[in-house]
Design a protein around this ligand. Structure first.
Ligand code: MN
Length: 228
């Protein structure tokens, strides 16, 4: 294939214990998937059908020192379990959903909360609140073949050493298999897709110079420092 311009570099996430990396196709995100976070966002945490939004593949970053995002005075962290899809499927039954998982990582769904709040108010889309450059720091993926499929475990993030969000994977409103099954009714999932599974309560505002240290028990750690 000849391209009229240089094709963009393939976005990727590291894989623990491997030199080869996981190529990222799309990043799907579940909204309000922990009841206590739904409440803090002013929403009703009853078990409504899950809803999804997306970030572009090249929003992924391995973290480290990052420029502070532009056009926000209220940048929020959302620590989330990330599911890496390794097998294609559509209309996937819940009881087969985990067969499509390659592995798991821990990531941050960084959010320009001020832009999101305005978009909600005006019934506008969320992309500039959620899908900006480097809005998706993700740890190395650990293979499900090595750790299985965690459905419980502490997930938390500290800002400058102080724990801000702390929850447990077991608190998800929609489980990982349920979210995969539901999403696959709307889009054909394919290897390279990532699914961010929502965040527990405690989201807070981050400033230039802050350091975020996120972790998920048995999966890994992601560290981001914003330039001052
Ligand atoms: Mn989120």
């Amino acid at each position: 294939m000849d391209y009229v311009i240089e094709p963009p570099p393939q976005a990727f996430v590291a894989v623990a214990g491997e030199t080869a990396v996981f190529p990222v196709r799309r990043i799907w995100c579940v909204g309000r998937n922990y009841a206590d976070h739904a409440r803090e966002m002013g929403a009703d945490p009853t078990r409504e059908p899950p809803f999804f939004f997306a970030k572009p593949a090249d929003a992924v970053t391995a973290g480290g020192l990052l420029p502070f995002p532009s056009q926000t005075a209220d940048l929020h962290h959302e620590i989330e379990l990330v599911v890496a899809i390794g097998r294609a499927g559509r209309d996937i039954p819940v009881e087969r959903a985990l067969d499509h998982v390659y592995g798991y990582a821990v990531g941050l769904d960084m959010t320009r909360r001020d832009i999101q709040a305005e978009a909600k108010k005006l019934s506008r889309p969320w992309e500039l609140a959620k899908g900006f450059d480097q809005s998706c720091p993700i740890s190395a993926i650990v293979q499900a073949a090595r750790i299985g499929h965690p459905d419980k475990g502490r997930i938390e993030v500290a800002v400058n050493g102080k724990v801000q969000q702390s929850g447990d994977l077991s608190q998800m409103i929609w489980s990982v298999p349920e979210a995969i099954a539901y999403l696959s009714r709307y889009v054909a999932l394919a290897p390279g897709d990532l699914l961010m599974t929502g965040t527990p309560a405690g989201v807070s505002s981050v400033k230039p110079g802050d350091t975020l240290q996120g972790s998920c028990e048995g999966i890994g750690e992601i560290v981001v420092s914003y330039e001052d």
